[in-house]
Write a protein that binds this ligand. Structure first.
Ligand code: SF4
Length: 470
């Protein structure tokens, strides 16, 4: 796969271009035989979830309403992820399945977008192997969806477009999933080229939004009554890179904190870019929640080097120590990959010992999934699936035990829970996230959803916390 480190350009989408897209939305709205309903099917991370909110916002601007399910929609768009092989296979399987639905509903239009389309060769594959897909575009073309869809609806045929540039588009309509909490993307892409990761190839180079644009969006969310903002980026710690204003992530946090938004969170951080200034900004803030997602990926220096992570185990533990000395009870979560090519049993045991030592409040654990074109996929020493499965099971056992032990520190303490929904296990309970980022369940009903409720933690159950209202 081509390494885009040097040849991609950032395109700030001009107001004229955005006006063109608004015009296309208005023209689609006026079409007599346009799709009336839509369904966006999302795979992958929060960045994709937020892109889907933008897609839904644009479709609503075109006059469509959201269908209750994909079977009854006139336009179904799959917003795909290619970070793991199974996400890609699942997306393609579901696209194929929709072919049968089209036999019953000839009005149905099918679109595919997101990271997967940005993979080299994927657009050609879609054209050849998925003739029932009407519209396909990559991550860089998202803002052009109105124009592409208009072309499809007017001229028929198929529309496929994948741009090789990195874009920043402001002022797109957004249909937010929640009224109480919102995602705000602050930067796009990634420059880190971790050996196993496809993101820099499909999401492009790092580029940051202007701080004023972010602050304006946050102000408008605050006016709309949003209580929690989650700042998004593949590596939010390096926010500001390339901006002439000299903006940095800690400064952005300080400005947002001063605005008085009730709760501020962010995702994701790279340990090599976690600065003392960021820790200071968090420790001195009133609204940045005391939680940190700090992906470690491995506890072995050799594996970290093979992964091109550019920190050592000691560096990582030093950052954890700095975080905990500034914010002692900080909620700490991580991502871990087992079975990276060449990982020996001894190196895996170093990951286990790191998990013991750090004591995470939660961890996302993955078996390494080779992605074509990444450096790791071509490395010798690919790990047999049964070995990787055995390792992940042992890792999960250690993590779950440590998690239960660590969560005990919250029993008896007070937390503020932003209620996200009814509990999956009971009709008379609700659940949400406390300030430390841990899931908390308490007695409640639908009317609590979207409220911040003060509670006292009463226990640890199924690796989450239980609580009673104060
Ligand atoms: S930091 Fe590494 S793992 Fe994260 S998106 Fe960038 S390349 Fe991928």
């Amino acid at each position: 796969m081509q390494d885009h480190r040097t040849d991609r350009k950032t395109a700030h989408i001009t107001p004229e271009e955005m006006a063109k897209q608004r015009q296309a939305m208005a023209e689609i709205r006026a079409l007599a035989d346009r799709p009336q309903t839509f369904c966006v099917v999302t795979y992958g991370c929060q960045m994709n979830a937020h892109d889907s909110e933008v897609i839904a916002g644009m479709l609503m601007e075109m006059g469509m309403t959201e269908a209750p399910d994909r079977e009854s929609a006139d336009f179904v768009i799959f917003n795909t992820c290619c970070v793991r092989d199974n996400a890609e296979r699942k997306a393609l399987g579901n696209v194929t399945w929709l072919k049968e639905v089209r036999k019953r509903n000839p009005r149905l239009r099918i679109g595919v977008c997101g990271c997967m389309i940005q993979e080299p060769g994927m657009a050609e594959r879609i054209l050849k192997q998925y003739p029932f897909v009407d519209l396909a575009f990559g991550t860089a073309n998202l803002y052009r969806m109105p124009e592409l869809l208009l072309r499809l609806l007017r001229d028929g045929g198929r529309v496929v477009e994948v741009a090789e540039e990195d874009t920043i588009a402001e002022e797109l309509p957004v249909q937010r999933l929640r009224r109480d909490a919102a995602y705000v993307t602050i930067m796009y892409g990634c420059n880190n080229f971790c050996s196993y990761c496809i993101v820099p190839y499909v999401r492009g180079r790092e580029r940051s939004r202007e701080m004023d644009d972010i602050l304006r969006e946050a102000e408008s969310l605050q006016r709309d009554g949003v209580k929690e903002i989650m700042l998004l980026g593949q590596n939010v710690n390096s926010y500001g890179l390339g901006l002439e204003s000299g903006a940095t992530f800690p400064n952005l946090l300080r400005r947002l904190d001063a605005m008085g938004i009730e709760r501020l969170r962010f995702m994701t951080s790279h340990p090599k870019d976690l600065s003392d200034d960021l820790i200071d900004a968090m420790a001195g803030s009133r609204h940045i929640l005391p939680q940190f997602h700090l992906p470690v990926q491995s506890g072995s220096d050799e594996v970290l080097r093979a992964m091109n992570r550019r920190y050592t185990r000691a560096d990582y533990l030093g950052r954890v120590k700095a975080l905990r000395s500034a914010i002692p009870d900080i909620g700490l979560t991580t991502d871990i990959i087992v079975g990276h090519p060449g990982e020996t049993e001894e190196q895996f045991l170093e990951t286990l010992s790191l998990v013991e030592e750090v004591g995470y409040d939660s961890a996302f654990t993955f078996i390494y999934s080779p992605r074509v074109g990444t450096r790791s996929a071509a490395m010798p020493g690919q790990i047999a699936p049964e070995v990787a499965t055995d390792r992940i099971q042992r890792l999960i056992a250690v993590q779950e035990r440590r998690q239960r032990e660590r969560l005990q520190r919250f029993v008896g303490t007070e937390e503020q829970v932003l209620v996200e929904g009814l509990s999956r296990r009971s009709d008379t309970a609700v659940s949400g996230k406390g300030g430390h980022g841990i899931s908390i369940t308490l007695a409640g009903t639908e009317k609590d959803i979207g409220e911040i409720i003060p509670v006292r933690v009463t226990g640890v159950k199924n690796n989450t916390l239980t609580a009673e209202r104060l």
